[in-house]
Design a protein around this ligand. Sequence first.
Ligand SMILES: [Zn+2]
Length: 115
Amino acid sequence: MMDRQQFNEFRERLLDQKQRVLAEVAAHLPSSDPIGDVEEKADRAASNFVETKIAANDGNLLQKIDFALARLAAGTYEQCDKCGENIPLARLEAKPSVSLCLSCQEKKDAGELSP
Ligand SMILES: [Zn+2]
């Protein structure tokens, strides 16, 4: 069980991370500049594709961070979302946005768990 200080530290780290991701997403949002010739259009489409992918990844991370914050508030932060086992604090410290214990994460990475 974590104490109040650890709770606050995790909360701050998650909020910090969230701010950074939001800034990153904002930096990659497609600009609304008027589009020039065809060549430029193609370039722009290609770079928009990359930007969209980045935004999607960041969006995923944002969801994870929000989920972690909700779990923190609900007092279930240290419990694996799948099996209910305790997630070691060291794992949470290394990656505050995780919601699965190591063995469930490995299963998920191997495609054995539905998201
Ligand atoms: Zn688990």
